[in-house]
Design a protein around this ligand. Structure first.
Ligand SMILES: [Zn+2]
Length: 157
């Protein structure tokens, strides 16, 4: 899968499927996207290959107070992915709407639905949690194995 910003200066290629796709309905994501939820596909950094210009990293306030790093096109400023402090620089949250075919990555789970806009209705059977969830209960075995590799690389158990 490939994607990029609006002016096509920044382009990326994704190697394989995401570990998980979050639809995040928190108020921060609502403000940062200008819409009702973010849609983020979680990838190891090395699976997000830049095939155009390098994005610029903009440090942006976050709900945790630690800030998130948003990778934006240096020309048109569209955000293509971000790092959250909880997962560190090794994990990129790719903005699904920047993919050439966003239909490939529907959300696996809706998070922070406690602040979901009331007129947004989720499909019957959609996984949804009021805030966050336990990775061990939600992620696929394949994704959990990839997460273990990331944690070993980061020196965590
Ligand atoms: Zn651009």
């Amino acid at each position: 899968m490939e994607g990029g910003c609006t002016c096509r200066h920044v382009r990326y290629r994704l190697n394989g499927r995401p570990m998980i796709v979050h639809a995040c309905h928190c108020t921060w994501c609502q403000r940062e996207t200008g819409t009702v939820h973010a849609l983020n596909a979680m990838y190891e950094a090395e699976r997000v290959e830049h095939i155009g210009a390098e994005p610029e990293i903009v440090v942006t306030p976050s709900a945790s107070g630690k800030g998130q790093r948003i990778a934006r096109c240096p020309v048109c400023k569209v955000a293509v992915w971000s790092n959250y402090p909880g997962f560190g620089p090794a994990v990129r949250f790719v903005r699904v709407g920047t993919m050439d075919d966003p239909g490939q990555c529907p959300p696996d789970i809706h998070i922070f639905t406690s602040t979901k806009q009331p007129w947004v209705t989720l499909p019957p059977g959609a996984k949804a949690v009021a805030e966050f969830y336990d990775v061990n209960e939600v992620w696929s075995d394949e994704a959990k194995a990839r997460r273990r590799v990331l944690r070993e690389k980061a020196g965590k158990k």
